[in-house]
Design a binder for this molecule. Structure first.
Ligand SMILES: [Zn+2]
Length: 142
């Protein structure tokens, strides 16, 4: 049976936190816990493991943005210290929490599209021949 899917762009699947194959099913079962499989098309999400990726990207992006705005506002408005504490920490925490889900969903979608996985070693031929970079047996058309 061949089924065609209206596969969304990775950005679209990420922003909506939907399945990267059909763009319909929900990707998450919890706040950041992935569902076992898509509830619409049945895609198994076990391939998806962005690990620390979302946290790293969100931390970097939010940090640069919020600190940039903070620095600018301090120079321009010279707000009192209590106001800086009252706004900057909630902004940092809130932005991180808001961005984590779409960021993770986007990375999962990128993994799905590019079929990213663990690196695999293949030993071919003698020392100095073949190797894991290039498989000559496949290239010779056998
Ligand atoms: Zn799906």
């Amino acid at each position: 049976m061949t089924t065609t899917f209206n596969t969304p762009s990775t950005i679209s699947a990420g922003l909506r936190c939907h399945c990267p194959r059909c763009g319909e099913g929900k990707l998450f079962a919890g706040f950041l816990t992935l569902a076992k499989r898509c509830d619409r098309c049945g895609l198994d999400f076990s391939f998806a493991d962005p690990a620390d990726g979302p946290a790293f990207f969100v931390m970097s992006a939010v940090g640069i943005l919020v600190v940039g705005v903070w620095a600018w506002s301090v120079v321009v408005f010279q707000p009192p210290m209590w106001l800086q504490f009252a706004t900057v920490f909630p902004a940092l925490i809130g932005s991180c929490l808001a961005a984590l889900r779409p960021m993770k969903a986007w990375l999962v979608a990128e993994q799905f599209v590019h079929k990213a996985g663990e690196g695999e070693w293949a030993s071919l031929g003698k020392h100095g021949e073949g190797g894991f970079v290039y498989d000559r047996r496949k290239a010779s058309g056998g």
